[in-house]
Write a protein that binds this ligand. Structure first.
Ligand SMILES: [Zn+2]
Length: 67
């Protein structure tokens, strides 16, 4: 069986791709961070995505819990 290359193999990668591609605009100042500097960290049970706006320093967090 040949693995299909969809570009997003795991739920984690899908989440990451989604945020890096769609959530670049800061809700505070409207700055669009083209490089999508989402920072991720996980403790094995939860995944936290954090983004700090380079323009106004507003931070956003998305928390996911692994089932
Ligand atoms: Zn901002």
């Amino acid at each position: 069986m040949v693995p299909r290359n969809t570009g997003a193999r795991t739920p984690l990668e899908r989440i990451r791709t989604r945020y890096e591609n769609t959530d670049k605009k800061c809700p505070e100042c409207g700055y669009v961070d083209e490089s999508g500097n989402w920072e991720s960290k996980t403790d094995g049970r939860t995944l936290v995505y954090r983004h700090v706006c380079p323009s106004c320093d507003a931070s956003r967090e998305h928390v996911f819990t692994f089932k």
